[in-house]
Write a protein that binds this ligand. Structure first.
Ligand code: PMP
Length: 405
């Protein structure tokens, strides 16, 4: 058997999907023109499947700062944070992040994926237990796998199940770390954080919240679900990313634990990879200031999310349980989802196709991510296309014929 033969089933499924239309996993834009528009094979399309929640990828000031930084500091650091890869800008961004969250410390990682990988594999070791929500992101699963802790999954968004599992552990030795997300990336639902925090207190566990999709989106000042739920004091680690609302790339973790900074010399995914280039640090620093100073971006995002969610719900689509910038349509089968996705692209709308087993309850999904940069017209154009295709594929019912009077 050849070394890659074990992937024959995946290869067959992938080939079958590609023969029914375009390959949804290798879309290659000719050009991205604005935060909400791109050119694909010579045609202008609406981008409704990015994580560009605040539309900051083309922000004038973020670009200016990034350009100034690349001129001043060069294209890359060519080294890790513990060698030659920490510049004053990295340290300043860490101070700004800590101040933004009102926390003692912050660490910047090269991606959000690595932030989860690093924190989870390091803070929980052999003899400890990590309790993760069943719908956790791949980076959380992989971080658990990389460390030596026992891993227990609890039912998605079910604090009672979490409580039962902690009770079953009893007073076995070792620390417990609970891991949840602010907004879940597939259905856009949020963790019941007040209840989770209560369970955490009752059992003396630690709590990590991944705010990848909720930074800049939820909370009075954009700090995320932790702020919205008012449980900042109960959260030991907040992990986040620069690749969504902040429009760049990179990740971070903030914490109030007094010894947090020891992680800089024991956390391997922080220590053994090149640090972010100064241009990225500069645009992220400016984007973070925008989150702080421009609440109107959050308001616009929320308006757009409501517009799309309400429009789809009114037509009978089955959606996630809460209005959020992630608006996912549940579809009856992968075949329908693939056909729907292709028809939408033909109509000039790009969004994400999510197929089992990567989805909650193994439900095929079409995932939209709304941006503050979308205009009403763009949201309405997407809605119209979704409704038309939804009807023609029998996903939603055609409107009842009006009786002639
Ligand atoms: N956590 C969650 C919940 C995510 O959805 C993602 C990205 N999709 C990440 C972490 C990883 O972030 P990054 O893209 O910065 O690696």
């Amino acid at each position: 058997m050849a070394i890659l033969d074990k992937f024959k089933p995946q290869q067959a499924a992938y080939t079958a999907m590609k023969t029914t239309g375009r390959d949804p996993f290798s879309v290659c834009f000719d050009e991205v023109v604005t935060p909400s528009e791109a050119v694909l094979k010579g045609r202008r399309i609406i981008l409704l499947g990015t994580n560009n929640y605040l539309g900051l990828t083309f922000d004038r000031e973020c670009i200016q700062d990034a350009v100034a930084a690349v001129r001043q500091a060069g294209t890359g650091t060519t080294g890790s944070r513990i060698a030659n890869g920490t510049y004053g800008d990295h340290a300043q961004l860490e101070r700004r992040l800590a101040a933004f969250y009102g926390c003692r410390s912050a660490m910047v990682f090269s991606t959000g994926y690595q932030a989860n990988l690093g924190i989870l594999s390091t803070v929980a070791g052999r003899g400890d237990t990590i309790l993760i929500d069943a719908d956790s992101h791949a980076s959380i699963y992989d971080g658990c796998r990389l460390g030596g802790a026992e891993v227990i999954r609890f039912r998605h968004n079910d604090p009672d199940d979490l409580h039962r599992r902690l009770r079953r552990l009893g007073d076995a030795p070792g620390n417990r770390l609970i891991v949840v997300e602010g907004i879940y990336s597939m259905l856009g639902d949020t963790a019941p954080l007040t209840e989770i925090a209560a369970v955490k207190r009752e059992w003396g566990a630690s709590l990590l919240v991944d705010e990848a999709h909720s930074l800049g989106v939820l909370g009075e000042t954009g700090r995320g679900l932790t702020e919205e739920a008012g449980v900042m004091d109960d959260v030991d680690f907040i992990v986040g990313t620069f690749s969504k609302s902040l429009g760049a790339v990179g990740g971070f973790c903030v914490s109030n634990l007094p010894d947090f900074d020891v992680l800089r010399v024991v956390c391997r995914p922080y220590m053994f990879t090149a640090s972010l280039p100064s241009a990225v640090i500069a645009s992220v620093t400016r984007a973070l200031a925008h989150v702080h100073e421009r609440p109107e971006l959050r308001e616009r995002l929320s308006r757009n999310a409501h517009r799309l969610y309400r429009g789809l719900a009114a037509e009978g689509f089955v959606l996630g349980p809460r209005v959020s910038p992630i608006v996912s349509i549940r579809l009856p089968s992968s075949e329908v989802a693939i056909a729907f996705w292709n028809a939408l692209l033909d109509a000039g709308i790009y969004l994400n196709l999510a197929l089992p087993p990567a989805t909650p309850d193994n439900a095929p999904l079409l995932r939209s991510s709304v941006s503050a940069a979308h205009s009403d017209d763009q949201i309405d154009a997407a809605l119209e296309a979704m409704v038309g295709i939804g009807r023609s594929l029998g996903v939603i019912a055609a409107p009842a014929r009006r009786a002639r009077d």
